[in-house]
Write a protein that binds this ligand. Sequence first.
Ligand code: FAD
Length: 316
Amino acid sequence: MTTQTVVRQMPELEDALKRRAPGLPLEAGALMARYTTLHLGGPADLLATPRHPEELQLLLEEAHRLGAPLTLMGQGSNLLVRDGGIRGLVVRVASGMRGITVHGDTLVAQAGATMTSAAMAAAENSLAGLSFASGIPGTVGGGAYMNAGAYGGEMSQVVVRVDAFDRQGQALTFTRPELAFGYRHSALQQRDAAVYRVVFQLPGGDREELLQEMVELNRRRAEKQPLNFPSAGSTFKRPAGYYAAALIDECGLRGYALGGAQVSEKHAGFLLNRGGTAADFLALMAHVQRVVWEQKGVRLEPEVRILGEDAPVKPV
Ligand SMILES: Cc1cc2nc3c(=O)[nH]c(=O)nc-3n(C[C@H](O)[C@H](O)[C@H](O)COP(=O)(O)OP(=O)(O)OC[C@H]3O[C@@H](n4cnc5c(N)ncnc54)[C@H](O)[C@@H]3O)c2cc1C
């Protein structure tokens, strides 16, 4: 897409959505900086926050029918949105769809439930295996899509089924083998699936011990990570055989700043927004990648998902 893209279907799409789903939260020109943990990104043409799976399905059907581009997001904790924002419809599967139920050893979460609330619900019901998720910002939908993990735990170990829609709004079910989980990867990425429900199967555990384990993991997280500045967590994936943070640190880049973006002093794997733009952040990412390649011969691949358009160039 160019920086001048106009999606002509948007007024028709907005009208159709208002007619077919009265009360569906819609925001035209929603500033993506408000919906991402990096606090970066220009406006989305239209942002919708579905309240239940049927509304998510309707959004997919209508965008497909009118040929409007559609971008899915959860809580925006792994997203870098460019300064020109996102053309078309952004569907935010987060606060509107966050129910969690537990039956025996099975925990069923709507895709917009937070990772932390799923971990809490598991512990409260004496189910183990999800403590790692407490403290990972974001939704279980985004977590399944990314195969999020921490402290030795990963979604791949506990998710047994994902219910989703394809881009036409047709229902899809993925069993664990079909999810083909890998490091920060799932088959949901290839299939462009819109997740509405994640099913976990969990072993029994001791409620008090699990709650204590989560407190401890959150303490470790706060000790190691720069949680007081906007970030998207680890900016780069762990390259095979290395740690991105150690490589960046060894290249002398800890604390390095470019415009309003900075490599964290506390954890060199976290690039921070220190009042800059997405363009600053992208320039810092490119600089870090170049230096690490030149000095260490290792290619750093982004873990953050980069979306949207650059800001239009202002006439001088
Ligand atoms: C301070 C901090 C610490 C972090 N620590 C960790 C960590 O320890 N481990 C870790 O793995 N990650 C970590 N992250 C990154 C982030 O929290 C995870 O990647 C998280 O799983 C993203 O979830 P989200 O709902 O915010 O998704 P988003 O960031 O909104 O989206 C991420 C991707 O998932 C897709 N997606 C989201 N929801 C859906 C859906 N319902 N259906 C289909 N696709 C969807 C989006 O299209 C996008 O490609 C951290 C981030 C921050 C800010």
